[in-house]
Design a protein around this ligand. Structure first.
Ligand code: ATP
Ligand code: MG
Ligand code: MG
Ligand code: MG
Length: 470
């Protein structure tokens, strides 16, 4: 099955069941300074999940472009990408668990022909405040899943929300594909990282309202929010073991391999995967109509990190020329029919990548020399100080994970914590400077944004504490 067929049959399946298709929102959330990117299909729908009525009705389906920067360190494994497409369907106060699970099951077993024995699911195990999600468990059993295919976990794995300290929240049921390998241990299950189970779909049931006193009451309007990773489903459906063996990555991987061969260079499989993944993510971020450029702040900084990481990998393989624009062209060509913004912004994408490569070329060699010096001075098994890491960032533009990779290659580590402190101090200083300079203009806006970030961060950590205490 091709990616396009999968996109089509998914949307058609839900349209036939009364859902209206909505367009993918921007990768860069509008009117929401608390997050850098859209990380899930539900993100643009939050107001409707909180009760606002949606102009398209109560049943929605879409394919949403997502970026998860939090998954950057996992890129290179078989299934985690920073950019991916999430197929999702929603019930805004319409159907609930029975219909949602039935539709998911029907889609997977009848439309994708996945044998029921290859599925494994998880449900919320319950705790002192909220009972076990026996409804979902019973529904799964009624579909023919054996008890041994149903796992139950706690809040870390099978609970969603609320967005703030109070509000809608509830259990979820995650659906995994069993890759058919033997279990790695007696405890092996969907939460295991051994690769036997690949999570393909997550159905969230917004069933409760969390009250100010910490109790949970049943919601009047119950919602369903589901998300299924297109790349992962394509992988398992086509009998592949990893996303890079699907048609979505094959063209860019072929191009990369031919560059490496032509130059008689060498590159590890993980590094090749990182390049193919990051060039796709960078092309999509640059292709977004909101036109973000590489920079030292917010989304622009993520973009910069992705591009610089690729440059460094090429450099490590002894490849000095810039091939990133070639690779971006492969991605743009491949996706232009579905995501016309890539074709429309092609020049911008290529120009920005080229610019960033030229800019980094000026400091990369000097920075690498400096980093070598620092690392030689401290010797093996030691941590590079946050101050040195910050100097590499500030003077030579080395993103922190870049420095971490350099250190790792020489058997050292980096004091990341202290780097972050230095970085935060520096950000504070430059914001203050900017504020004095512009008095109330853009700089004020970025201070507001930073405050909001801090507020959200505090809110989230308070939330985690509250949940942890429960
Ligand atoms: P995982 O546990 O594998 O990290 P998740 O539980 O964080 O996944 P969800 O937030 O439930 O993922 O997202 C819904 C679906 O989106 C997942 O079931 C998966 O198919 C897909 N997905 C999530 N993260 C990624 C990623 N980094 N790359 C590709 N697909 C992803
Ligand atoms: Mg995850
Ligand atoms: Mg998961
Ligand atoms: Mg999940």
């Amino acid at each position: 099955m091709t990616a396009n067929e999968l996109r089509r049959i998914y949307v058609k399946f839900f349209e036939e069941r009364g859902h209206k298709e909505i367009a993918s929102a921007s990768l860069l959330p509008e009117n929401d300074p608390t997050v850098l990117f859209t990380t899930a299909g539900m993100h643009p729908l939050v107001p409707y999940l909180l009760g606002e009525s949606h102009p398209q009705g109560r049943r929605l389906v879409d394919i949403q472009k997502c970026v998860r920067t939090g998954d950057i360190d996992e890129v290179g494994d078989d299934t985690h990408l920073t950019f991916f497409e999430m197929m999702g369907n929603w019930s805004l106060g319409d159907y609930f668990k029975e219909e949602s699970i039935s539709m998911s099951f029907d889609f997977l077993t009848n439309n994708l022909n996945i044998p029921v024995e290859r599925l494994a699911v998880t449900v919320f195990e319950g705790d002192l405040l909220v009972p076990r999600d026996t409804e979902s468990e019973t529904i799964w059993k009624s579909k023919g899943l054996k008890q041994s295919q149903i796992y139950s976990y706690g809040r870390e794995d099978n609970w969603w929300g609320p967005v703030g300290l109070t509000g809608p929240c509830g259990p979820d049921t995650e659906i995994f594909y069993d890759m058919g390998k033997p279990k790695c241990s007696d405890n092996c299950g969907p939460s295991c990282k051994c690769g036997k189970y690949v999570e393909i779909w997550n159905n969230v049931f917004m069933q409760f309202n969390k009250e100010a006193d910490g109790s949970f009451t049943e919601l009047q309007q119950k919602n369903v929010d589901t998300g299924m990773g297109l790349e992962r489903v394509l992988t398992v459906f086509n009998g592949k073991t990893n996303v890079y063996d699907t048609e979505l990555f094959i063209p860019v991987m072929i191009r990369l391999n031919s560059i490496i061969e032509e130059l008689d260079a060498e590159m590890s499989i993980r590094d090749k995967r990182i390049i193919c993944e990051h060039i796709r993510a960078a092309s999509f971020i640059l292709g977004d109509p909101r036109k973000i450029c590489p920079s030292n702040t917010e989304q622009g900084y993520i973009l910069r990190r992705l591009i610089r990481r690729m440059i460094r990998i090429f450099k490590k393989s002894g490849i000095k020329q810039n091939y990133l624009c070639d690779l971006a062209e492969v991605i743009i060509h491949q996706y232009a029919n579905i995501y016309s913004e890539l074709a429309e912004n092609k020049e911008f994408i290529i120009e920005q990548i080229q610019k960033e490569c030229d800019l980094f070329a000026k400091t990369l060699d000097l920075g690498l020399k400096k980093a070598d010096q620092y690392l030689k001075n401290i010797g093996m098994n030691t941590a590079l100080s946050g101050e040195s890491a910050f100097r590499l960032y500030d003077t030579y533009g080395f993103p922190i994970e870049f420095t971490c990779e350099l250190a790792e290659e020489r058997g050292c580590s980096v004091d990341v914590e202290s780097f972050r402190e230095k970085y935060a101090e520096h950000q504070d200083k430059s914001r203050k400077g900017a504020k004095d300079k512009f008095k109330g203009g853009l700089a004020d806006h970025s201070i507001q944004t930073a405050r909001l970030h801090t507020a959200t961060h505090l809110l989230n950590s308070a939330l985690r504490k509250v949940l942890g205490d429960e």
